[in-house]
Design a protein around this ligand. Structure first.
Ligand code: SF4
Length: 342
């Protein structure tokens, strides 16, 4: 009997890189070296050699401290930024080299939800206008009444009364605005949602409601999510798998239950130790010491070395590559590879 080929991921990032040139005055970039005048280019290394796949129907969470490159990954996937290196594949086809026109059919399949719902809602448009716009754009043959019905259906599905559709975004609370932003993404029946910190600007009391709404949409519509967050309790609730980023590089990738029960990378362990757990009467918070290097001058070797209690000489010269683990998942750490961590 023939082995079944593993299913192709819906989204694949291959050795993805993003560098931003520092915005400096021309004179600041001029240096004298070896008797010659040269123009020095300084770059922020926001995303470094990131390789991962997002499977159909999963919610892959990308976590890390602010500045770790997670939002840049989201913007690269959404086509809002151009990679400096590497490739992005969607449904088996390379998309990072497509023209805007060639990307259009994909825009319908792939929608983005931002941290600030104002980013996707025009303050001068009523909710009806804001929600009708993408439906008309992607389905020009739909009749006016069919467009109206579609908008009313989606509004109901996110818990916003369709009779409020003549109102403007400022007339809604933050939580309702985010529901409307989610509705706007759902009106075109996408299959893939890139959510960049979608609840972090909301009141804690309504974060869970919006998160549950996104989970319901996932179940009912078979959505796949790339979910960016700094909040590990959100990951625990929402993610099927988790990628931990540090200074633009992958430290660890694992399914959510494994990562929370058996974190391997020293950075993942430190992050998780800061999450309060019920029934944990002896919390063991790992305090990270040492300087955080800037993404402008990344050190040679492991980017986490200056804060890692397990760093050795190899860590200072050789950057660890993510290696497959026996229980699934990947970890980029010499100490894990050398079995130096219990
Ligand atoms: Fe620490 Fe070395 Fe592992 Fe980096 S590679 S996390 S410095 S032990």
């Amino acid at each position: 009997m023939k082995d079944m080929a593993p299913e192709q991921p819906l989204l694949e990032l291959r050795n993805l890189e993003k560098r931003f040139e520092l915005d400096r005055g021309f004179l600041e970039t001029i240096k004298f070296r070896g008797g010659k005048v040269i123009r020095e280019k300084r770059e922020v290394h926001a995303v470094n050699n990131v390789t991962l796949g997002v499977e159909r129907g999963e919610a892959l969470c990308v976590v890390g401290e602010s500045g770790c490159g997670k939002s840049t990954v989201a913007r690269l996937v959404a086509g809002l930024l151009t990679p400096s290196g590497g490739e992005i594949h969607y449904d088996g086809a390379r998309i990072d080299t497509l023209s805007r026109k060639a990307m259009l059919p994909l825009r319908k399949k792939m929608q983005m939800i931002f941290q600030n719902p104002y980013a996707s809602l025009n303050p001068r448009m009523t909710i009806q206008q804001a929600l009708e716009e993408p439906v008309r754009h992607h389905n020009p043959s739909l009749s006016r009444s069919a467009v109206r019905d579609k908008v009313a259906d989606v509004m109901r599905s996110v818990g916003v009364d369709p009779s409020w559709s003549k109102r403007y975004p400022h007339e809604f609370s933050g939580g309702q605005r985010q529901r409307i932003a989610i509705a706007r993404a759902l009106t075109v029946d996408p299959e893939f949602i890139i959510a960049d910190e979608p609840i972090s600007a909301l009141d804690v009391s309504i974060q869970a409601q919006v998160l549950n709404l996104m989970l319901e949409a996932k179940e009912q519509r078979g959505l796949t999510y790339l979910f960016i967050t700094h909040d590990l309790s959100v990951v625990q609730h929402f993610g099927t798998r988790v990628v931990v980023l540090y200074l633009g590089s992958i430290c660890e990738l694992a399914d959510t239950a494994t990562l929370f029960s058996n974190p391997k990378h020293p950075y993942t362990r430190a992050l998780l130790s800061a999450v309060p757990q019920l029934n944990d009467d002896k919390p063991n918070h790992i305090r990270l010491k040492g300087e955080i290097p800037t993404p402008i001058n990344l050190p040679q070797g492991c980017p986490f070395q200056s804060r890692c209690a397990y760093a050795n000489e190899r860590c200072r010269v050789e950057q660890p590559r993510p290696l497959q683990q026996s229980g699934g998942g990947m970890v980029a750490c010499h100490a894990v590879e050398e079995d130096r961590i219990d």
